[in-house]
Design a protein around this ligand. Structure first.
Ligand code: SME
Length: 152
């Protein structure tokens, strides 16, 4: 086994560096969204924040979404918040929970941002390619979610 950093570790290290100086949660979220959007597979990148029993859209990059407020019982976003775990959907069109943001979207990953077992929000990413998200994306985004949780 090599001890060298692979691409995912390098991306995590870069985001750690980028977010290290940002103690303001809003600035950290905006920066994380910008850096993540650099990945051409990520066609829409956004962060939702818990407000009462709904998820409210914060910073995002991509087309405007009609879903700026998602009740906990709705969508893949609501399901991830309720289950407190990452959800990857390889084909959004065959998932009845899916709330469409763009007709081009084919797959989605939603990663809860949690502190002390409580969901503070989530990172939501869409791709125009089917089954775009794998274990490496999950590892990267869960690391970013923990970094963001420190300042929310
Ligand atoms: N697809 C999400 C809704 C948010 S938009 O993709 C930006 C869902 O099913 O919860």
């Amino acid at each position: 086994m090599s001890n060298e950093e692979g691409p995912t570790e390098r991306r995590i290290t870069r985001l750690q560096d980028e977010l290290a100086d940002l103690s303001d949660g809003q600035a950290a979220m905006a920066r994380a969204v910008d850096v993540l959007k650099e990945d051409p597979r990520y066609s829409w990148v956004g962060i939702y924040l818990m407000e009462g029993d709904a998820l409210v859209l914060g910073p995002y990059r991509g087309k405007p979404s009609p879903h700026t407020r998602i009740p906990l019982g709705r969508g893949i976003c609501g399901a991830a918040a309720t289950s407190r775990s990452t959800i990857i959907v390889d084909d959004v069109n065959s998932d009845p929970r899916y709330l469409a943001c763009s007709v081009e979207t084919q797959s989605e990953i939603v990663v809860p941002i949690m502190r002390d077992g409580r969901v503070l929000g989530e990172i939501d990413i869409d791709s125009d390619s089917r089954a775009a998200f794998g274990r490496e994306d999950q590892q990267l985004l869960e690391a970013v979610a923990s970094l963001l949780a420190e300042n929310l």
